[in-house]
Design a protein around this ligand. Structure first.
Ligand code: ATP
Ligand code: MG
Length: 402
């Protein structure tokens, strides 16, 4: 059933606007998802009140994007984003305009929105205002631009990727005229800021219908126009089930012969590191031939990377990326090993470099790292218990100190 609950707390905020003579509506993804009985992500509201007028009506506001018409209203401890009805100025270089114009008419606001399914407004009584037949397109599962698709993609080429993103999330078909315009305008995505592209790509890759959408990306030669990816052998990549961005990047890097700088993607260091860690794990995993080796692997990469790798098995197979035997590498064995590890990090080892230096009365040097790693492995392999004394005895008997 369509769930009204996510909207209910926002209704008093809208009533504050409407009781002062302004119009106010829910709009965009929240209305689309409500009508489709899908989980609602974020709630966007739009109003005829200007930012100054919104600020005058509420005690606590934050001007998060005031010049673009967006004000954050804090109401009973919750945040609500309200944007003034607006149209947009001239587009330069296929990017979003810097100028916006505030208007008093809902029609003009929904007219500048990307797709008919995203241009439906709903008032505080749950009445629908649907100027572009978005409900019909929801019913027949069609992604169609508001107005002439060539013009709309000319204005902002990101809409091409957004359309594909909605296809992947919703399983809709792209209307033929809209699709033809995508074919015609694909190259314009090379003008977009990579940050905006990556936001859409991440959502697209996580969509339930990513398999068919990924083929469409290949058909459109999308990758030829994107930094980083244009240097990668993308024709060899097949995404047949939802993936996270780090998982996707790990597969892409695995299929490439040379290293291309991921900095171009402008993602966080944490995320890139995660992708590189997954890559290392999936390169190393096929070399595992014994439980001893697996034990070391589980310790080195941690259970979360291991579980991710197990989740990716089918996808790796689809991409002809070699896999360890299921007899060795499987969820049960990994979790059993993880639970019986004496330590999960080097920091938990009962000795450290300082202890070694004192015990052997030697200066710091590469020998420390070497001895620590040997001791760490011995503890992981249960050859020695994790106490300072036992480890020192073990080191004396097993490691040559220079
Ligand atoms: P999600 O569920 O992921 O939030 P959404 O449809 O709400 O999906 P948003 O990126 O949050 O997508 O944008 C909110 C609304 O703003 C869209 O539904 C659409 O009406 C409008 N919009 C967003 N980006 C564009 C764009 N590039 N061109 C035209 N309209 C846009
Ligand atoms: Mg949204």
């Amino acid at each position: 059933m369509n769930d009204k609950a996510p909207f209910l707390t926002a209704i008093p905020v809208m009533q504050q606007l409407t009781s002062h003579g302004y119009e106010a509506y829910f709009v965009g993804g929240a209305v689309r998802d409500y009508l489709m009985a899908r989980p609602i992500n974020d709630i966007d509201m739009t109003t005829s009140a200007t930012p100054d007028e919104i600020e005058a009506l509420f005690d606590h506001t934050i001007p998060i994007g005031k010049e673009h018409g967006t004000i954050n209203v804090v109401w009973q401890g919750d945040n609500y984003e309200i944007t003034t009805f607006r149209t947009e100025g001239a587009y330069i270089d296929h990017r979003r305009p810097s100028e916006v114009y505030f208007v008093r008419d809902l029609y003009q606001d929904v007219e500048r929105r990307d797709f008919t399914i995203n241009a439906i407004a709903m008032d505080a009584q749950f009445n629908i205002l649907d100027h572009f037949n978005g409900q019909q397109d929801i019913a027949t599962k069609i992604i169609r631009t508001v107005g002439d698709p060539r013009e709309r993609f000319d204005e902002d080429a990101l809409r091409i990727l957004r359309g594909l993103r909605f296809k992947s999330q919703l399983g809709f078909t792209i209307d033929a005229t809209t699709y033809d315009a995508m074919v015609e305008k694909t190259a314009d995505i090379s003008h977009l800021a990579i940050e905006r592209i990556m936001v859409e790509l991440e959502k697209l890759l996580a969509g339930n219908y990513v398999s068919e959408t990924f083929s469409t990306l290949q058909d459109l030669h999308i990758w030829d126009y994107l930094p980083y990816f244009k240097e990668m052998p993308m024709e060899r990549i097949h995404i047949t089930e939802p993936v996270t961005l780090p998982q996707f990047l790990a597969i892409v890097m695995r299929q490439s012969e040379h290293h291309i700088n991921t900095k171009q993607l402008k993602r966080s260091n944490d995320e890139i590191r995660h992708a590189q860690r997954l890559l290392q794990a999936l390169e190393q995993a096929p070399t595992l031939t014994s439980k001893t080796e697996l034990r070391q692997f589980v310790y080195d990469f941690g259970d979360s990377i291991c579980r991710e790798l197990l989740d990716m098995q089918a996808l790796l197979e689809t991409n002809a990326i070699s896999q360890p035997s299921k007899l060795i590498f499987n969820a049960e064995t990994v979790s059993e090993i993880w639970q019986t590890l004496a330590i999960t990090h080097l920091q938990q080892l009962a000795i450290n470099g300082k202890v070694l230096m004192q015990t052997f009365d030697k200066k710091a040097g590469p020998w420390i790292k070497d001895a620590l790693r040997r001791a760490e492995c011995a503890v992981v392999q249960q050859q020695v218990t994790n106490t300072e004394q036992e480890i020192i005895e073990w080191v004396k008997g097993n490691v040559e100190i220079p």
